[in-house]
Write a protein that binds this ligand. Structure first.
Ligand SMILES: [Zn+2]
Length: 296
């Protein structure tokens, strides 16, 4: 990736999450060597390496100290340290949603705003904050866990150990689950696998249960955004992740419900928009955070 956000080369490496640390990181090192060779192997082309992973990554040493239970061998290890040593350039790792916020700020929908919140709606909900033109990471680098904002104090239990977390109500997984529940209550047994993409499509086609589901998700998202806006007075709320491909089917109810959860003076003029980087968000976000931290 160039400093202006152009992707020169990209590749994907399949990974077995039960592999050892070296078994996960070494194939990444090898594939990166391959990409550099394709680039001609001329004068040093690599300024820095950016890495995005799930979980809590200590910004001091890049150690992953939790929240990555699906890939246990990454626990207490630093992917950034390993990769920096392999290539002899600085490498920076951070949480993938924080990294997505850095990407949107540098190259995407966030270019127009100096203050915004980004949520990534996928299997889970990630979040990132940009304030005064900079990604806000918190003192250890853990800021922006918006998926675990409590939106219903006696609500569903969450895998973080708390209850009523936003993630249990508006993630892609939650949207599919709530739609299946609505169909089930009406005796309409869902056929095949339900995905958030399918729910959004059916909502657009006029399916009442699907429209209700997107309406509910929009209301929960508005509640989360409203709480954050009341505290931080931001210019924009950006919705990313696979579920954001629902577009206006999701954005319209969020905008409509936002005034129910926020001071009118604070939500006035706030933009609610979709993220722009789509499938390249991970790559551009990791690159953007590395360039930013290299210059910091
Ligand atoms: Zn939670």
């Amino acid at each position: 990736v160039t400093r202006t956000g152009e992707i020169l080369r990209k590749t994907a490496v399949a990974m077995d999450p039960r592999e050892s640390f070296e078994g996960i990181v070494e194939p990444v090192v090898q594939s990166l060597r391959g990409l550099l060779q394709e680039e001609g192997g001329g004068p040093p082309v690599l300024a820095t390496i950016g890495i995005g992973t799930p979980g809590f990554i200590d910004k001091k040493d890049g150690c992953l100290i939790g929240g990555c239970e699906n890939i246990p061998s990454l626990q207490r290890r630093s992917v950034a340290h390993h990769i920096a040593r392999a290539f002899g350039v600085p490498a920076f790792a951070e949480n993938d949603a924080t990294s997505a916020a850095a990407g949107e700020l540098a190259f995407g929908a966030g270019r127009r705003y100096a203050n915004f919140v980004l949520i990534t709606l996928g299997t889970a909900i990630g979040g990132g904050l940009v304030m005064d033109g900079k990604v806000y990471r918190g003192w250890r680098g853990f800021a922006g866990e918006i998926g675990h904002l409590c939106i219903s104090s006696d609500g569903l239990w969450c895998n973080c150990g708390s209850r009523g977390c936003f993630e249990q109500y508006a993630s892609g997984k939650a949207i599919a689950r709530i739609y299946a529940e609505k169909l089930g209550k009406r005796g309409l047994c869902p056929a095949g696998e339900l995905t958030p993409k399918l729910v959004a499509e059916r909502a657009r086609e006029g399916d009442a249960c699907a429209r209700d589901t997107m309406e509910d998700a929009g209301r929960w998202i508005a509640q989360a955004f409203g709480s954050i806006l009341n505290i931080l007075d931001l210019e924009a709320c950006i919705v990313g992740g696979g579920v954001s491909e629902a577009g206006e089917t999701l954005l319209e109810p969020i905008r409509r419900h936002l005034p129910d959860h926020c001071w009118p003076q604070i939500c006035s003029g706030v933009a609610v928009v979709a993220a722009e980087l789509r499938n390249d968000a991970g790559i551009l976000g990791a690159a953007a955070q590395a360039f930013e931290r290299l210059g910091a």
